[in-house]
Design a protein around this ligand. Structure first.
Ligand code: FES
Ligand code: FE2
Length: 404
């Protein structure tokens, strides 16, 4: 369980909050690259309780600005996107991707240029990588970009999809760090050997070992197999919101999830599926994610209709009555409430990774509040070596010696 205050610290992300300030020192996945076309419609983006607008200009560059026009606050998502910038509909003020006011038609001729120089346009640096547009919302110079090994893959080898859900970002992260639920909630996946759920069902009470890293920690969830071997799932938790999901050996298709706060009560649950060596195959990405990549479970419903749970299917042998893994995840997470009350939890040994993540996050937020930066140790981070692994090992083997 958590105290009320610690839960508030972890969940509240608006401007000026401890977690909000901490998160603003990271590059944030904001939207899919493909959503922005040259001179196309600007997209509204809400992150950490603030509203922004993203657009691609005539030359192909991406701009990321505060949504409210600096003149009198009209949404720049309504703006015209033409000839190198966004022109607000209301009075025609025009802004480029670098945050310059290019034209202020409501000022008198010879005064325009001088006036334009003083318009306070809030723009933010962006990067395009891994199918995503990332933004830095913090003050000062942007930090080192996390150079994960999946960021430069061709489009055929990576798929990024997002679900917008009515629960706090921490619920989404905790769900991804929760290995014990997989063999229960997702047990109907078991016939699919790639998912390894068959192995997770064999031992419903994994034990955990951890290794601290400068960016978070590595977690080994160890399960006993009936033949005496152990099944080890090595996850990478990367602050503040990445969980690299263990699959199989080096050549398999992998996944990383990212739980990004939209505000205190909504989050963007990103699912990035990638293969470092070949194109993704049919069936490796969930149908919903291919069909509606910007909000792939927009039809999930509410607790009032039990998220469409099929009780007849349950009677007939289905475990959850939900169609698909993500629907199962989000139904249980939504049912915890937008911001779960963690003062009433009763945690067990299988919650070890969740407990650890909370502690690391709280510690990081407090250190940030004291002026320490992320990775204050200054250790070089081998971003491109961060990957999750699943393997069956001899009981005496040490998972730490597995090649990454
Ligand atoms: S409100 Fe945008 S130009 Fe006036
Ligand atoms: Fe799950």
């Amino acid at each position: 369980m958590l105290t009320h205050d610690d839960n508030e610290t972890l969940c509240r992300v608006g401007p000026g909050t401890p977690m909000g300030s901490y998160m603003r020192q990271f590059w944030i996945p904001a939207l899919r690259i493909q959503r922005l076309e040259r001179d196309g419609a600007p997209e509204r983006v809400r992150l950490l309780g603030e509203n922004f607008v993203a657009f691609r200009d005539t030359g192909g560059r991406v701009g990321f600005l505060a949504e409210a026009c600096p003149h009198r606050g009209v949404s720049l998502s309504l703006a015209r996107n033409e000839a190198g910038g966004l022109r607000c509909l209301y009075h025609g003020w025009k802004f480029d991707v670098d945050g310059n006011a290019l034209d202020i038609p409501t000022e008198r001729g010879d005064m325009r240029a001088k006036f334009a120089e003083r318009v306070p346009v809030r723009r933010y640096p962006i990067r395009e990588a891994g199918g995503l547009i990332w933004v830095y919302l913090g003050s000062g110079a942007a930090p080192e970009f996390p150079q994960f090994n999946w960021l430069d893959l061709p489009d055929t080898q990576i798929n990024a999809a997002c679900a917008v859900v009515n629960f706090n970002w921490l619920s989404g992260l905790e769900s991804q760090l929760d290995t014990a639920h997989v063999g229960v909630l997702h047990r109907d996946l078991a016939p699919d050997a790639n998912s390894n759920v068959d192995k997770m069902i064999q031992d419903s009470a994994p034990r955990f070992e951890f290794e601290p890293t400068p960016y978070g920690y590595r977690e080994a969830a160890i399960r006993n197999m009936p033949d005496g071997a152990i099944y080890v799932r090595i996850r990478e938790f990367v602050l503040p919101w990445f969980s690299f999901i263990p699959t199989g050996g080096r050549d398999v298709t992998q996944a990383v999830t990212i739980s990004v706060p939209i505000d205190d009560e909504y989050s963007a649950q990103w699912d990035v599926v990638y293969n470092l060596g070949r194109a993704l195959q049919p069936g490796e990405v969930f149908e919903d994610e291919l069909r509606r990549p910007d909000n792939y479970l927009s039809d999930i419903g509410t607790i009032a209709n039990r998220f469409g749970q099929d009780r007849a299917a349950m009677k007939a042998g289905n475990w959850t009555g939900f169609d698909g893994v993500r629907r199962e995840d989000f139904a249980v997470n939504l049912s915890q409430g937008a911001i779960p009350d963690r003062t009433h939890e009763f945690l067990g040994s299988a919650d070890a990774s969740i407990v650890r993540a909370r502690r690391v996050l709280l510690d990081s937020v407090r250190r940030h509040a004291r002026g320490e930066q992320f990775n204050a140790s200054g250790e070089t981070i081998g971003w491109n070596e961060i990957r999750a692994i699943g393997a069956v090992l001899a009981p005496s083997a040490d998972w730490r010696s597995l090649p990454r």
